[in-house]
Write a protein that binds this ligand. Structure first.
Ligand code: SIN
Ligand code: FE2
Length: 204
């Protein structure tokens, strides 16, 4: 495990190939119930380069009206499917947090997709970490400070890697500068999937 700036943790190869394959199957089942949709930036309406969906009791959405968590899919109106058991177990193994995650955001990156530097701060409970799992092609992941600007560090994330944004690092700026196409054979048609598990509401 590597400790990055602000105590962000990177665990390379947390999931072995078999666990990655099983997780891809579970995510395929999620996507068949909750199709990937195209988020857009609030106000400008500019599309993200990633497509997304969610599982869990809440899902993160981005549209003209803003960023928020909601219990249902923005297109189908159906409740999000449940978070796969293997991800619930992973959370309890690494999150060091008693309450269950409520949302798992599924981001799909095609070869040219990227994600600008941002903070994950739409959650009422900032005591819980955000736990990220990478599947498929490698990417260049960048983390910065907890305020805008300043020094950043870049690491390459590979399939099966876990990153934990918690504690002092819960609000670090982070983003994905690029995908390295065809660096993994896990996904038949290439690309990268990132899963982020989040606790949204404060546990009672
Ligand atoms: C995110 O910040 O939502 C995604 C991070 C990643 O793709 O690794
Ligand atoms: Fe994020």
């Amino acid at each position: 495990m590597a400790i990055l700036p602000k105590g962000v943790k990177h665990i390379p190869g947390y999931l072995d190939r078999e666990a990655q394959r099983a997780l891809v199957e579970a995510i395929r089942a999620v996507v068949s119930q909750a199709p990937l949709f195209q988020p857009v930036m609030p106000r400008t309406g500019k599309p993200f380069s990633v497509k997304m969906t969610n599982c869990g009791s809440l899902g993160w959405v981005a549209d003209q009206a803003g960023y928020r968590y909601q219990p249902s899919h923005p297109i189908t109106g159906a409740l999000w499917p449940a978070i796969p058991d293997s991800l619930m177990r992973l959370w309890h193994e690494v999150a060091d947090y008693d309450a269950e995650p409520e949302a798992c955001l599924v981001n799909f990156y095609a070869d040219t997709a990227r994600m600008g530097l941002h903070q994950d701060r739409d959650e009422a409970d900032l005591a819980a970490p955000v736990v990220s799992v990478s599947l498929g092609d490698d990417c260049l992941f960048r983390i910065g400070q907890t305020t805008k600007g300043g020094k950043t560090a870049s690491i390459r994330l590979a399939s099966g890697d876990v990153v934990i944004l918690g504690g002092e690092g819960r609000l670090v700026y982070h983003g994905v500068d690029r995908i390295y196409p065809a660096t993994s054979t896990l996904l038949k048609n290439g690309g990268r999937i990132n899963l982020t598990l989040r606790r949204v509401s404060r546990p009672r």
